[in-house]
Design a protein around this ligand. Structure first.
Ligand SMILES: [Fe+2]
Ligand SMILES: [Fe+2]
Length: 152
């Protein structure tokens, strides 16, 4: 990849990160409305939304791993390789966790307690996902800066 292709790629990942946080915000809003209106639990809709997020993330992770995880960024900042390794390993865990939530939602039956329990776990998970994505976003910002400096 040329330097400008790397920049384009990293900028595309950045806009993907904005899209993902928008989807996460929509998901949170969905279930807080369900809870506020007291018309829950909405297992089916929630399960569908979780699967949709999972599929979107799977594509996003493929993109990040294309040609080696955040390859252009890590070439510019090899000191981040270890951190990058750790982030890459989280991808499969994130997808597995979302699969687990959709199975749990399916198995909830009529139990309202089950809905609440799954939501507590999903909330925690979304914080971890946020950490994952924002650490990547920081790597991208840092490596785009490296390039800008090197061009000056
Ligand atoms: Fe990632
Ligand atoms: Fe990401």
């Amino acid at each position: 990849m040329t330097a400008s292709q790397t920049d384009d790629f990293l900028r595309m990942l950045s806009s993907e990160h904005v899209e993902i946080s928008k989807r996460v915000a929509d998901l949170r809003q969905f279930w807080s409305e369900v809870n506020e209106l007291g018309d829950g639990p909405q297992y089916e809709e929630m399960g569908a939304r979780i699967r949709e997020l999972r599929d979107h993330l799977a594509e996003h992770f493929d993109l990040e791993e294309r040609g080696g995880y955040l390859a252009g960024a890590i070439q510019r900042a090899p000191q981040l390789a270890e951190q990058a390794d750790r982030l890459k390993r989280q991808h499969q865990q994130i997808l597995d966790t979302l699969d687990n939530y959709s199975s749990r939602l399916q198995a909830c039956g009529e139990s309202y307690q089950c809905w609440k329990d799954v939501l507590v776990d999903i909330e925690q998970f979304l914080n971890l996902l946020h950490d994952h994505e924002s650490t990547e976003a920081a790597i991208i910002v840092e490596t785009l800066d490296v390039d800008n400096h090197s061009q000056n």
